[in-house]
Design a binder for this molecule. Structure first.
Ligand code: ATP
Length: 329
C-alpha cells in the first residue's frame, strides 16, 4: 500500500522494514530585527513554518531516499496535525501509526531568529508528543504489534518522547529480535543517563554526537581522541555498535571485535547544519536496510549529510534519490 493511501492512526499493521518512533514538532520561525525585550510587541520581518522533531526528520530523510519507512508518533486534531501527516505522505513516510490525540495540540517550537546576528530564542511545547506515554502507545498500537509487523527489521529511537516510552519500545524491539538504533538526542539529563544506562545492552547501534557522548560517559568529548575513548566506553556499557558524530570533523565507528576508527567528513561550504545529525541517522539506517555494512552505510550517510548542510532548512535540505551522486544511489 502506498504511503499516500494510508490513513493515519488507523490501526493497520505497518508493513515497512524501517520504523521510527519519535517526535513530531511544527516549527514557527519568525525572523526579527532584534530579539524582543521584556514587554515588547514586535512585528517580524518574515515568517516560515517548518516540520521538525528528530524522529520525524530521520523518517523523512529515509523516505526521501526511497526507503520503506513508517513513523510512530502523535499529533493533535488541530490543523498542524493534519499538515504534519500530509508532510509525511509527501515524503514517502507511512503514517498508519501516527495517532491524532483528541483535545491536544500538535507539538511545536516557537523560534525567533535575529536577522542580523542569527542569534535565536526557542520555546517549545511537546503537547501530543509529550503525552506519548507507555500506556497510550501500547493501547493505540495493540501492544506495539501494529508497528512491529512481520516486515519490521530496524527500529530508530531518539530522546524526544518520554524516556520511559523510548526504553519500553527499545526493550520490546530487542526481545523481538529487531535491530535497534538509539540516537540519544537531545542529550539526556543526568537523571536520564542513570535511567538509560541499564538499557544499553538492548541497543544494536548507539548513535550520539559529542555532547551526548560526554553526558553518557562523563568523558569530555572535544576531539578525535576523546571521541574514540568515549566510543569504547559506550560499547563497554553494553551497546553492540556505536557511532559518534563530530560535525565537520566526521565520525567514529565502534564495532565489536575491531578498534574504534575515525573517518573524516567531506569538506564542503556549510550554510546550515540544523538537522545534520538526523540526516546522518536516517540515511545510515536506510543503507543498512539495503544490506550495506555499517562502515559503508556511515560513509554514504556522511555524503548525504554533507549535501544537507550545504542547503538551508532541515527536512527541506535532505536530498531525494534522484539528487544523489551515482556512487551512493
Ligand atoms: P543536529 O543536532 O544539528 O542534527 P548533530 O550534532 O547531531 O546535528 P553532527 O555531529 O553535527 O550532528 O553532524 C552529523 C554528521 O553530519 C557528521 O558526522 C557529518 O557526516 C555531517 N556534517 C555535519 N556538519 C558538517 C560540515 N560542516 N561539513 C560536512 N559534513 C558535516
Amino acid at each position: 500500500m502506498s504511503a499516500a493511501g494510508v490513513k493515519s492512526g488507523n490501526g493497520c499493521i505497518a508493513d515497512t522494514p524501517i520504523v521510527v518512533v519519535g517526535a513530531c514538532f511544527v516549527d514557527y520561525v519568525a525572523y526579527v530585527d532584534h530579539l524582543p525585550q521584556v514587554g515588547e510587541s514586535l512585528r517580524c520581518r518574515s515568517f516560515s513554518k517548518g516540520f521538525g522533531g528528530k524522529g520525524s526528520n530521520q523518517a523523512v530523510c529515509a523516505g526521501r531516499l526511497g526507503a520503506s519507512v513508517s513513523m510512530v508518533g502523535a499529533v493533535g486534531t488541530d490543523g498542524d496535525g493534519a499538515d504534519y501527516i500530509a508532510n509525511f505522505q509527501r515524503n514517502g513516510v507511512q503514517v498508519s501509526n501516527v495517532y491524532r490525540m483528541e483535545n491536544t495540540s500538535t507539538g511545536l517550537a516557537m523560534i525567533f531568529v535575529d536577522s542580523t546576528t542569527s542569534h535565536n530564542e526557542i520555546v517549545f511545547s511537546p503537547n501530543a508528543t509529550g503525552a506519548l506515554t507507555v500506556d497510550y502507545l501500547r493501547k493505540q498500537s495493540d501492544n506495539y504489534n501494529n508497528f512491529f509487523g512481520p516486515k519490521c527489521r530496524y527500529i530508530i529511537l531518539q530522546n524526544e518522547i518520554p524516556v520511559e516510552t523510548t526504553l519500553d519500545v527499545l526493550k520490546e524491539a530487542h526481545t523481538r529480535g529487531i535491530y535497534t538504533v538509539f540516537n540519544a538526542a537531545p542529550a539526556p539529563s543526568t537523571d536520564e543517563v542513570a535511567v538509560v544506562k541499564p538499557f544499553l545492552s538492548y541497543v544494536s547501534l548507539f548513535c550520539v554526537n559529542e555532547v551526548e557522548a560526554s553526558m553518557i560517559t562523563g568523558i569530555d568529548v572535544k576531539d578525535t581522541q576523546s571521541a574514540i575513548l568515549a566510543t569504547e566506553e559506550m560499547q563497554k556499557l553494553g551497546a553492540h555498535s556505536v557511532v559518534t558524530t563530530l560535525g565537520g570533523n566526521g565520525y567514529v565507528i565502534g564495532e565489536k571485535g575491531k578498534p574504534p576508527r575515525h573517518l573524516p567528513s567531506i569538506t564542503v561550504k556549510a550554510v546550515d547544519s540544523t538537522g545534520a545529525g538526523d540526516c546522518f541517522v536516517g540515511a545510515m539506517v536506510f543503507y543498512l536496510s539495503m544490506g550495506k555494512s555499517l562502515e559503508e552505510s556511515c560513509k554514504r550517510a556522511n555524503m548525504i549529510a554533507a549535501i544537507s548542510v550545504q542547503r538551508p532548512g532541515t527536512q527541506s535540505s535532505y536530498p531525494t534519490l534522484d539528487e544523489l551522486p551515482a556512487e551512493v544511489k
